[in-house]
Design a protein around this ligand. Sequence first.
Ligand code: ZN
Length: 245
Amino acid sequence: MPLISARAVILQTFPYSDTSKILRLLSEEHGVRSVVAKGAMRPKSRFGGVLEPFTEGRAELFLKEGRDLHTLNGFDLIRSRQSIGRNLAAFTGASLIAELVLRFGTEESHPELFYSVTRALDDIGEADGDHSWRALAAVWHIVALLGYEPELGACVTCGSLVEEDEATRFDVDAGGIACICCRPRGRMIGPAPRADIQAMVRGGAGMGTPGEWSLHRALLRAFLSSHLVSDRPLRSLELFVEELR
Ligand SMILES: [Zn+2]
């Protein structure tokens, strides 16, 4: 049973027996893995009470070939990100990112996903009053990285490029914007919020156009429900969307 060391971020934890915890990790070299941390809930655990969601560290683990559950041998803390837990938009946004990665991530190494997720969690944790924008930007970026980028540059029906100052609509089922002649009805999405989403999808922050929260709530909810949810709804989606303001 090889003992390996991997940089990893904890995405989810739950109790296992009276004293242990199961963690779901995103690691840089080994993708998404489940590990058992034996004795992690004992008062004098060698893990020292740091095994909480969004915490990043260097994990030492025994990888059992062909098994779904591996064993955590040690965890050296790099970042705890406790500030995420102090704001609901930050916490629900980080939870949504964790849920998306757990649902769509694999055991394959995906360093870009690892770095984007850890950077997204840093961004959310370092927010200063702009928690909703930071969390929304981070969610859109991870959604795009997982392969579900909305089309924002050209109409999904006729394919014509959209002018920078042109108002458009959004065709949720087709996964992107539509010009108003192709889609005569539905919610308008103006140039500013469209540019914001485009920037966020690419990993930027967007300008955070004021007064657009109801549009952002509706778009994220509709897009994720339509493209990323099959039989099981995302538990964190509704909680996050409600905190966007
Ligand atoms: Zn069109």
